[in-house]
Design a protein around this ligand. Structure first.
Ligand code: UDP
Length: 371
């Protein structure tokens, strides 16, 4: 657009916005990236404390089966061979995740896949669930009543602040279910943690962009209307439209972080607390993402909460009510000239990092940013 100082204004210096910024610069165009926070990286931001890369906004484990995305992200960092294998604590019982033969063997003192399948089938025979309509029905039909009661119900209701019977089934299908002795939390072909943390990746992506932090879009645009020919908006889509149809719901997470004078607190990067009586959902011990052997350790307890103004939105609540509301915002978004919406908040979708990169690259292709 003639008269604009920059080709692109990118709102949000998270993963989506940063991939676009990198591609913009690579194709010889210019951009300014603004973010209301005091740092880049959005929720993938990591920060070094006591020699340990702390995942400030919760565990981020990169996993994908998309080779193009894997090769893309590997340009910016070397990835280690971390495999996520969380354990779940239910009262005094410890189980392997995701739901697999180690879990079932411990739960029922059995050994073979057939024994596990028979027990699951016997636990749900009377329910006759053919087409699961919600998370509860989906979980019960996959893993039976014991696993649902001990490892899913309490965790999920804490995480989402809603009953399992009111949540969409797809959420539980994020987790693999297998009848092999395999504790890998993901089924993806590629997985790892960037050596040195995520912030370094984002720094490289933004190296040639003009980045302005501590800056809110609405305030910025009042003074800089017409600054760029095209806007990429990665913030909450309902906020962009001043919530004219009412607010979309999000979940947020509060972290309680502690530096401990011990070398190894829990023996694993992620321990889930699936009992409804414990207020946090999980404890992350950050050093284990990079096999650290520092003298101290840093842990974060995660307390999920309903999002309200002033907090960081983490998870869209993709139930029917919110999805229908999102569709109304999406229709408005489609009518905007020279603004596109992307990322977890811009598209109101529970994207993992690899999907976020994929969507950003697809958007670059749409915007004719050559690679
Ligand atoms: N979940 C569960 N028990 C667990 C771990 C996960 O029931 O121990 C369910 C829960 O509903 C959660 C969903 O599986 O929201 C997806 O879990 P994931 O680990 O993918 O969530 P994220 O890491 O994105 O918070």
């Amino acid at each position: 657009m003639s008269g604009s100082r920059y080709d692109f204004l990118i709102v949000g210096a998270g993963l989506y916005g940063s991939v676009i910024a990198y591609e913009v610069a690579k194709s010889g165009k210019t951009c300014v990236v603004i973010d209301r926070r005091s740092h880049i990286g959005g929720n993938v931001y990591t920060e070094e404390v006591e020699g340990i890369n702390v995942h400030r906004y919760g565990a981020h484990i990169f996993h994908t089966s998309d080779k193009e995305v894997w090769d893309y992200i590997n340009q910016f960092a070397e990835f280690n061979n971390f495999i996520n294998s969380p354990v779940a604590l239910y009262r005094d019982e410890l189980y392997n995740l995701p739901f697999n033969m180690n879990t079932f063997s411990r739960m029922w003192n059995i050994k073979t896949p057939k024994e596990a399948k028979d027990i699951i089938a016997s636990q749900i025979a009377d329910l006759d669930i053919k087409d699961p309509q919600n998370l509860e029905e989906q979980a019960l039909s996959l893993v039976g009543r014991d696993v649902y009661e001990k490892l899913i119900k309490g965790y999920t209701e804490k995480q989402w602040g809603r009953k399992c019977s009111d949540l969409p089934a797809f959420i539980i299908k994020r987790l693999p279910l297998r009848f092999t002795y395999d504790n890998n939390y993901f089924n993806d072909r590629y997985q790892g943690i960037p050596c040195g943390g995520y912030t370094k990746i984002i720094e490289q992506m933004l190296a040639d962009a003009e980045v302005i932090l501590n800056t809110d879009y609405k305030d910025f645009i009042k003074e800089h209307d017409g600054l760029a020919g095209m806007t990429i908006f990665t913030g909450p889509i309902d906020e962009y439209f001043d919530h004219i149809y009412g607010p979309l719901e999000y979940r947020t997470v509060r972290f309680e972080e502690e530096v401990l004078e011990c070398e190894n607190y829990q023996g694993n990067a992620v321990v889930n607390y699936t009992d409804a009586g414990i207020p946090w959902t999980r404890i992350i011990e950050h050093k284990h993402f990079e096999f650290g052997n520092q003298e101290k350790t840093i842990i974060s307890r995660e307390y999920p909460e309903e999002w309200k103004q002033g907090k960081e939105p983490y998870y869209p609540v993709n139930d029917e009510k919110n999805n229908a509301l999102y569709e109304k915002y999406r229709a408005l978004a489609a009518k905007e000239d020279n603004v596109v919406f992307g990322g977890r908040l811009g598209e109101y979708k529970y994207y993992d990092m690899d999907k976020t990169v994929r969507k950003a690259l697809d958007m670059c292709a749409k915007l004719a940013l050559g690679r």
